[in-house]
Design a protein around this ligand. Structure first.
Ligand code: NAG
Ligand code: NAG
Ligand code: NAG
Ligand code: NAG
Ligand code: NAG
Length: 319
């Protein structure tokens, strides 16, 4: 191997590890609720049970293929019920990082509170002294909207598309065993609408559908993006791709054959593959550098969402 290609490989390895390091980050906090009504004291059995619950949730978060896990710790009257749900498109690794982070974060955000729900972009963590397993709850939560208004004479068509796409998603998500689905729809030749719907998988199909349909009716549709998140379900739409499309499932039109391999070492062409490597590797490295710069710039320009908390202990206005 020539010196140049060795250097290029080294640079490439450095860039790849740098990018993966840069991408590892704390989950994106959205909102939390911990009503002050019921607290526990520091050395109580509830405190001990809560700690073992959080350990149990954390340690199961890397192995749950559904991204959902619920359990309880301790004996009545000090039993703690808890669960986590990761967004349907995140990897097990991202799920684990989010749940582990949330389990620590809760002791800062809600110290001494018995009933807590924490929402992040990547996961939700919830625990209570009441039984929240198999619990249908739209109690408390948050509406988020992208502050940009939809300004176009096509607004009616946009609202129709948001509602039809989200209602279709509600059916698809509630019919799937994971209670999750995401899809895109054509708004114009240049713009797609992206939507996502998810329930905790302990809901029945009917409960999930109900939760999503009630949520969709409350989504702000005069904005270019909106979310409604309650303990049992969440729904979101945007004019940009906000979920990992390849993790959703194969698009209908996928090529059956893989592209031919570039580095085919047939013995005879040994030298030519080294030359290809020496050319391709630096080009790839420069390309990755551009990607890295792009990723950082994209992160800095994050949209600040406006929020409208749903009344804790109250209900959605129309219920
Ligand atoms: C929560 O409860 C604690 C102790 O009862 C009290 O000191 C604190 O002011 C309360 N906080 C709120 C926001 O009500
Ligand atoms: C969006 O529209 C509302 C009502 O039409 C208006 O009050 C608000 O200022 C607009 N926001 C922006 C960012 O243009
Ligand atoms: C969802 O399931 C229901 C009942 O099993 C069925 O009637 C309906 O057609 C299904 N919808 C979709 C989109 O698969
Ligand atoms: C999406 O838009 C393109 C261009 O306007 C159109 O050709 C295509 O049929 C549309 N696809 C769907 C699923 O509506
Ligand atoms: C998206 O999902 C695919 C399949 O699960 C995974 O291989 C890929 O790393 C994910 N991409 C991101 C940016 O998380």
């Amino acid at each position: 191997m020539s010196y140049a290609s060795f250097c290029s490989l080294f640079l490439l390895a450095f860039l790849v590890s740098f990018i993966s390091y840069a991408q590892q980050q704390d989950p994106t906090y959205i909102y939390h609720t911990c009503p002050n009504a019921t607290t526990y004291s520091k050395y109580s059995s509830y405190s001990t049970n809560l700690k073992s619950l959080l350990i149990s949730l954390s340690s199961n978060s890397g192995s749950s293929s559904s991204g959902f896990y619920s359990t309880a710790a301790g004996q009545t009257p000090d039993v703690v019920f808890g669960l986590f749900l990761c967004r349907g498109d995140v990897s097990q690794e991202v799920c684990r990082e989010c749940v582990v982070f949330a389990a620590k974060d809760t002791l800062n955000l809600c110290p001494n509170e018995r009933t807590v729900t924490l929402y992040y972009d990547e996961c939700m963590l919830r625990y209570s002294d009441g039984n929240i397993l198999m619990d249908f709850s739209m109690n408390g939560g948050i509406i988020l909207f992208n502050p940009l208004n939809f300004t176009s004479n096509q607004q009616d068509r946009f609202i129709d598309l948001v509602l039809s796409t989200m209602n279709q998603l509600a059916t698809e998500a509630s019919n799937s065993s994971r209670r999750f689905h995401a899809r895109k729809a054509n708004f114009s030749a240049l713009q797609n609408l992206y939507g996502l719907a998810q329930c905790t998988p302990d809901l029945t199909s009917q409960e999930c559908l109900e939760c999503l349909q009630l949520s969709i009716n409350q989504l702000p549709t005069d904005k270019i993006g909106g979310r409604l998140i309650v303990p049992s379900c969440s729904s979101r739409y945007e004019l940009y791709l906000f979920y990992n499309e390849t993790a959703i499932g194969r698009p209908q039109l996928q090529l059956d054959s893989a592209p031919p391999p570039v580095f085919e070492n047939t013995g005879k062409g040994g030298n030519s593959s080294v030359i290809i490597l020496a050319v391709v590797v630096p080009v790839t490295a420069v390309f990755l550098l551009f990607v890295a710069v792009f990723v950082f710039r994209a992160k800095r320009k994050k949209t600040v969402y406006e929020m409208e908390p749903l009344a804790e202990g109250g209900k959605l206005p129309f219920l």
